[in-house]
Write a protein that binds this ligand. Structure first.
Ligand code: MN
Length: 270
């Protein structure tokens, strides 16, 4: 008992010496659009290794946000799982075991991973967009496919197989056939050219100017594969570069959100 009081006295004493320690703002890493495949080629294996380095960094943060299209293809069956993605899933296990809270918002390519990731990492069961308060910031997280049209082929595929009938039909196909369809559609997706990127930003500006949602001040999206920000009043919409492309990621530290390039920017310390 005496030692308990002694410990309380020591810890409250420490708090007085270092009040910043007590009021520390939560730290977080945000990443989207790695579009990992079940059978990565040599170039992609390099991206997977870099991604695992990012996850190593995420072990030291309070939150890791996976903002969709981490996996290029995922379809859930009641008793079978796709073969692949092991290196990534094992790295995510380590993030969870380190005590970092993992969040997942499904993209147009990997929304069906929501249930599996929910069971393994405690992420939301439906992978839907959500608003979270992290210290002084209220942030909306979404993939962005419902907001800014891009990747039309896969968006259409997703819209079809998201319906109840579509899911039944998709599950009635042999998994290898569904996988082949998905790979073909993925091949139709490409990076926006300069004009399209400009139009995406203009559309985002129009959207945020007309946005009536009052419960967030920062929105972080992926999907468009190029990094930009649009501001309207006290609201800001930020698009991550996408891991596939640069690779880029977002960091929240001391209440400040920054977008960084994993290769060229100095790595933050947490
Ligand atoms: Mn997407």
């Amino acid at each position: 008992m005496l030692s308990f009081f002694f410990q309380v006295a020591i810890s409250s004493g420490l708090r007085q010496i270092n009040p910043m320690q007590h009021n520390k703002q939560p730290t977080a890493i945000f990443v989207a659009d790695s579009h990992f495949h079940l059978s990565p080629d040599a170039e992609e294996q390099q991206r997977v290794r870099r991604f695992c380095e990012l996850l190593e960094m995420a072990k030291k943060t309070d939150h890791l946000f996976l903002l969709g299209d981490i996996f290029d293809f995922w379809f859930d069956y009641p008793h079978f799982r796709l073969r692949g993605y092991d290196e990534i899933l094992l790295a995510l296990d380590k993030v969870r075991n380190a005590g970092t809270k993992i969040h997942f918002v499904g993209g147009n390519h990997d929304i069906w991973a929501a249930q599996f990731l929910n069971q393994r990492y405690g992420t939301s069961p439906d992978g839907a967009p959500f608003v979270i308060t992290l210290g002084s910031r209220t942030i909306k997280l979404c993939h962005g496919d419902g907001l800014l049209s891009f990747d039309w082929a896969y968006n259409t595929f997703r819209a079809m197989v998201r319906t109840r009938l579509g899911i039944v039909l998709a599950k009635s196909l042999h998994p290898e056939i569904l996988y082949a369809i998905s790979e073909w559609l993925s091949g139709q997706s490409r990076r926006a050219n300069r004009d399209e990127a400009q139009r995406i930003e203009e559309k985002a500006q129009v959207w945020i100017d007309g946005c009536k949602e009052a419960d967030w001040e920062l929105m972080i999206i992926g999907h468009v594969h190029h990094r930009f920000e649009v501001v309207s009043g006290d609201k800001k919409l930020t698009a991550l570069a996408g891991w596939f492309d640069n690779p880029g990621y977002g960091v929240l530290q001391d209440g400040v959100f920054r977008m960084l390039d994993f290769e060229s920017d100095p790595r933050p310390t947490f």
